[in-house]
Design a protein around this ligand. Sequence first.
Ligand code: FEO
Length: 391
Amino acid sequence: MALKEISKDIYSIAIIDWNRRLFDELIPLPDGTSYNSYLLKNQKEGLLIDTADPSKKEEFFQKLEESEVEKISYIVAQHAEQDHSGCIGEVLKKFPDCKVITNRKCLELLIDELHLKEESFIEIKDSEVFNFGKHKMQFIFAPWVHWPETFLTYLPQEKILFTCDLFGSHLASSELWSEDNITNYLAAKRYYAEIMMPFRKNIGKHLQKLKEIEIDIIAPSHGPAHKNPDLILKNYQEWVSDSVKDEVVIPYISMHGSTETMVKYLVEQLIKRGKKVTPYHLTNTDIGNLAMALVDAATVILASPTVLTGPHPQIVYAAYLCNMLRPKTKFAGIIGSFGWGSKMEQDILQMLGNLKVELLPSVISKGFPRREDFNKLDLLVDDIIEKHKTI
Ligand code: FEO
């Protein structure tokens, strides 16, 4: 059998999606992704943990055939989103006696999304133990990683934790079981930033719960496995914590150069004062990189020109994204410019309601910035320096 055996009678069925470049028609996937399902064997009988994206149905069933199991008796559905649940219906068609093991919330979602029948399910409770032949598994409910129904599956004998989206990465690789490396670290951080960051408080609680169990392998349903679980757990602990880094992130756009001149000045002054600062020109920015910068940065400055009295649509998008991702950023500010009139500042502020930030004084220039505008930017730099002393 060609499948990767990760422990005795436990196999990884990884479908690598080398060419996917967008997830949810929103999230850039510069490095593709993978849909990792897992197969537990009990002689000729199989239990699946998650399935695969429906677009990869043929490949998924081909791999299942390679496993040489005669039937699939159970599917543990840890998450209802279709990139993991999308082949459940087809598995049930092929193996009509197969049962889907999941919690009430996931069951309801799967009935709505995949039109499955209630009699196909075995409903489980938090901490419940299920035995499949010699395999013993315990279900650990972990809501909001990344939908309300999500849970993890722990094999105490083998010390393997299956985590679906949690600790995942959008990374297509032929080395999903290699040792941890910088590529894997960056992919995991990008994934956290894009998918998990809005749920940082929930994840913090789940991490506490995971301290109670011994883990040798973390096996997520996207990207590389973690054979050194302490490393990814430590990284997550840092990302979800309230501590921020002495860094400034500036998403910006400019139409005729006024706002860009202000951004360049602000960046130069911050660098001169020894601050780490990164401007993101939104026309050319991969929003995944911006999201990653938001994981740690203490301050975000949004910089926009005025379009028909409001912010530029690219800044509207960036502000919406910041608000949706709920980074732990402590300070925020707005700089920019206008020609004949502007309520850009108020419009942007209205879009940042989720952020628990202290607002820094805005600097808005009429036309091309003058000395007085640069003086205000100097004061903004002073302010940032002072505020960062408190982090
Ligand atoms: Fe990979 Fe939330 O699905």
